[in-house]
Design a protein around this ligand. Structure first.
Ligand SMILES: [Zn+2]
Length: 75
């Protein structure tokens, strides 16, 4: 089931959002959620999505809905 959200003016599904954060294809992504934080660059709303960039890795990524800012919980 796709759950589309608007990010930087484009509709994205969870995999699409994860790919924007990762700048690469991802294997699987969880539901998009609203992160309880503001974008440090523009103050916009931040979305959160969990995804697997590879079989052995699970990352939580964050992406601003309004600008290009993103980050992950990778150490
Ligand atoms: Zn922003």
């Amino acid at each position: 089931m796709d759950q589309n959200r608007v990010v930087e003016g484009r509709m994205v599904n969870p995999s699409g959002l994860a790919e924007l954060i990762e700048d690469a294809d991802v294997m699987e992504a969880t539901e998009i959620e609203d992160a309880d934080r503001e974008c440090p660059e523009c103050g916009g709303d931040v979305l959160e999505v969990g995804y697997m960039p590879s079989v052995s890795e699970f990352v939580t990524g964050y992406k601003c809905q309004d600008c290009g800012w993103s980050e992950t919980d990778r150490e």
